[in-house]
Each structure stands twice: as C-alpha cells, then as structure tokens.
Design a protein. Structure first.
Length: 360
C-alpha cells in the first residue's frame, strides 16, 4: 500500500503579517518574461544579421542589471520586506535598508538604458530634422535625469545614506516625486516622438499603425510609473516602511521589466511579422519599377516635391532597414509593395496616391 507523502511546503506564502511573497512572485515572473523576450529579440536579430549595437547593447546591459536587482529584492524580502517594522531586529532592518538602497540605484540604471535604446532606434530611422533635434534634447534630458536620480536618491539622507529615516532626509524624501515624475514625462516623449515621426511616412495605414503601436507599448511603463507615484506618498511618510514599501517595489519591478520589454518590441516586431507572413518575399513587378522610374524623372522638374519625397523615402528606408533587415535588390521586405503615384503633366496630381501599400 503506497505511503501518502506529505504535501510540499510553498516556497513563499502570503500571510496577514507578511506580504513579501507578492514581491517575490512579481519579480520572478516579470524577470522570466523579460529574459525570454530579450533572448528571442537578440537571437532573431543575430539570425537576420541586424544587430545594432547602439540599440542592443543598452538592452543587454539593462537585462543583466535587472537580474542583479531582482536578486537583491529577493534578499530584501528575506530580510523583512513586506513585514511590519516592529517585528524586525535592528540588524535585520539595517540589512534590509542596505539591500533596498542598492536595488533602487540599480533600478535607476536600468530605466535610462531602456530609454537611450529607444531614442537611438528613433535616431536611426528618422529623417526629419525637427524630430532629430527633439530626440537629441531628449537624450540630454535622459542623461541629466540619470545623474539626478542617482545622486538625489543616494545622498538624500544623512549618514548612513542607505538608512531612510524621514526626519533625516532632505524634504522628507520629496525628491523622489521629482525623479519619478520626470521619468514618466520622458517616457511620454518617447511615445510621442515616434508617433509624430511615422505619421507622415508614406506607407500603408495598417503598417504605420503596427509600427506606431510597437513604440506606443511604452505606455505600459507610464501607467506603472503613475501607480508608483500614488503609492510613494504613503511610503515616504510612513512609520512602517518595510510594510508600506510593498506597492512601491511592485511598481518598480513592473516599470523596470516593462521598460526592457517595450524597448524590445519595435525590433521584435520584425520577427513576429516574419512568422505571420511565412517569411515570404514578393518580387516587385516590372510595371511597378517602370512607374517608379517615371516618377523619379518627373520629380526633377518639381524640387519641393522631390525634397519631400526624398525625406519620406529616407524615413521608409530607415524603418525597413532597422525593423526588417537587409534585402536583395530585386526583393521587398515581407512582401510589402510600396505605393507608387501616377505622374502627369499637372503638378497638382503629384500628391495623389495611385495605390496603397499592400501586404501578401
């Protein structure tokens, strides 16, 4: 007769006095998803020979830092995170403070790396000077925010700096409001910039919408940041920091991992799109090439139209180069046929599209 085995104890358990398991599960699940997506993105880019160091290196670096940060958060759970302060010995509480201190600084290293990666991708596919200037200003703001976040958080409290005691910190920790608000505004800009850039690119509405949605996925980070701001006040003014920090830490983990994941999505979109299309390439019909050649000849007589078309063409080439990889001269990426226009003697007709982008 088989001997019944005792049920295994759970690795983590939420009780009325200990909610640390919520952080443990959140950190583990989100980090696992992040690592899987980064691996898929990296392997697909290597396979397609489209590794762009200025875009990919920040992603790889931020993933490694996120891994270390998540380990420190788990150690913090083991040392009282999610428990009430009055049940923790002073030595355990000090260790908890040190772990949270370092983990927060690592979070402030991950967030700007994901932003820089997205900004570099925008720079690579952009052909608009005003967008380029705005993007450069955004990168400067990101660097400034990185310095503010690290120095502001690291030295906001008296020695020892890692021990957060409200009465011993500048503005009772109010600098965190500025740090996280600026962080959220930068993410808003990184959603608006590519949307503006892609709005006038001459590709099909469906394809434009897909690429816009890939960049707009960063909205998830903005939502997490907004939730964190709502929890921040409760934590900063609490006399039970190990208990009230729970919501802030959970939002931190969501924000950090979502930042990495949404940074991967615009380039991962190429891989997903290729699977959907069965990796089929469609050759450009001869009449389409002849129509394009005629358009180029006529455009010489209209410099302003030619300049606009060149700018749009550069943007399209940039998008396909970064998001879709290299292609043979006689093929189009993913079976995508770019729209052509009929050119007549009437200059007003040059702005009327004859056909739209179609995808097989």
């Amino acid at each position: 007769m088989p001997i019944p085995s005792a049920p295994l104890r759970p690795l983590a358990e939420v009780t009325t006095d200990n909610h640390g398991a919520v952080v443990s599960v959140t950190a583990f699940v989100l980090l696992s998803i992040t690592v899987i997506i980064v691996l898929i993105k990296s392997l697909s880019m290597i396979y397609l020979k489209r590794v762009v160091l200025s875009v990919d290196v920040p992603i790889w670096t931020s993933t490694i830092i996120a891994l270390v940060q998540s380990i420190l958060i788990q150690f913090a759970v083991d040392h009282g995170l999610g428990m009430h302060r009055d049940v923790l010995p002073s030595s355990i509480f000090d260790t908890y403070n040190q772990l949270i201190y370092v983990a927060e600084l690592l979070t402030f290293s991950v967030l700007p790396l994901t932003k820089i990666s997205t900004s570099n991708l925008i720079r690579l596919i952009n052909a608009n000077q005003s967008i380029d200037r705005s993007n450069k200003v955004t990168q400067i703001v990101i660097l400034g925010w990185t310095v503010l976040a690290h120095l502001g958080y690291a030295f906001q409290c008296q020695t020892p700096h890692w021990r957060y005691i409200r009465s011993q910190c500048v503005g009772e920790g109010a600098i965190m409001y500025w740090i996280m608000t600026i962080n959220m505004l930068i993410d808003v800009v990184l959603v608006v910039l590519p949307t503006t850039m892609l709005w006038n690119v001459q590709i099909s509405f469906a394809r434009r919408l897909k690429v816009m949605a890939a960049f707009a996925s960063r909205t998830a980070v903005i939502v997490a940041d907004a939730f964190q701001l709502s929890y921040l006040g409760q934590y900063l003014h609490s006399t039970d920091p190990t208990w009230t920090v729970l919501g802030v830490i959970v939002c931190n983990q969501v924000m950090m991992n979502a930042g990495i994941i949404t940074t991967c999505i615009p380039t991962l979109y190429r891989f997903i799109d290729s699977l959907a299309l069965g990796m089929n390439n469609v050759q450009v019909p001869e009449e389409l090439e002849l129509s394009s050649a005629k358009k180029s000849d006529r455009a010489v007589s209209n410099p302003s139209s030619a300049a606009h078309a060149q700018s749009s063409s550069q943007a399209k080439r940039g998008i396909f180069k970064v998001l879709h990889g290299p292609q043979p001269d006689n093929e189009r990426e993913d079976g995508l046929l770019l729209s052509t226009r009929s050119i007549t003697g009437n200059a007003d007709d040059t702005n009327k599209p004859e056909s739209v982008v179609s995808s097989i």
